[in-house]
Design a binder for this molecule. Structure first.
Ligand code: COA
Length: 207
């Protein structure tokens, strides 16, 4: 999901097709960014200004102003939020998301951050697979990533499939649901309809 610059609302979101797992996405804009980072991992550096095309984004933030109103019971220090996470749809399913999560969790746990608790939020499993929303927004039901395990036998090769949603994936990585919040983001589809999408906040204690 992308924060809209319109309306100035901090929680105003416009849903893109890539927000629902492997929903069909038209051409993704290959936006060019420039290296303007003045510090990496707490160490100051000279920004190279080199141009690059991002393949995704993930951030680790020491605060989440929008979530404060929820009054989630969290330690007063050592809490970091994983935010704004996506991988270009054309590259999804190739392990980059897992590598990004591994890297960000590793970075959080080390000097200088010494994070103790990681937080994130995502669409609930039930709402990521909601057909009415998908139909209204995209005109079709998105394919949710499926994990297929094959058991090799002499003559038959049955496949066991289960749906992979963001919530399920984060659970596998050790994140536990803390609170489910309806209408947390102001979500609008392309037809101008507002949707009450449920968001689950998840927590992982790492030290
Ligand atoms: C969620 C997202 C960031 C994951 O990135 P990704 O590069 O597609 O992720 P990976 O390829 O590393 O796969 C993540 C997990 O899903 C599984 N998976 C992904 N595609 C799969 C497929 N086709 N079949 C089976 N398993 C699959 C992987 O096995 C992996 O699980 P594991 O770490 O337990 O092995 C990416 O799909 C995305 O940008 N989605 C849209 C935006 C979004 O939902 N962002 C998250 C907001 S909270």
């Amino acid at each position: 999901m992308k924060k809209s610059k319109k309306n100035g609302g901090s929680n105003k979101l416009r849903v893109r097709q890539s927000d629902l797992g492997n929903a069909k996405t038209p051409n993704v804009n290959k936006e060019v960014l420039y290296d303007t980072a003045r510090s990496v991992n707490g160490m100051t550096r000279g920004a190279s200004q080199v141009a690059f095309v991002p393949i995704g984004h993930i951030s680790l933030d020491p605060w989440n102003k929008d979530a404060e109103r929820l009054g989630i019971d969290l330690p007063s220090e050592g809490v970091f939020w994983i935010k704004s996470f996506f991988i270009l749809q054309s590259l999804q399913g190739g392990g980059i998301g897992r590598a990004a999560m591994d890297a960000v969790e590793d970075m959080a746990a080390r000097e200088p951050l010494w994070a103790q608790t990681l937080m994130l939020d995502t669409v609930t499993k039930a709402h990521q697979t909601r057909e009415d929303f998908a139909l209204s927004t995209y005109g079709s039901i998105p394919k949710v990533r499926r994990y297929t395990r094959r058991t090799f036998q002499l003559f038959i090769k049955p496949a066991i499939s289960s749906q992979i949603t963001n919530e399920a994936w984060y659970s596998r990585r050790g994140y536990e649901p803390v609170i489910t919040v309806p209408n947390y983001y102001d979500v609008w589809d392309g037809n101008g309809n507002r949707w009450d999408i449920e968001i689950v906040f998840m927590r992982k204690d790492i030290q």
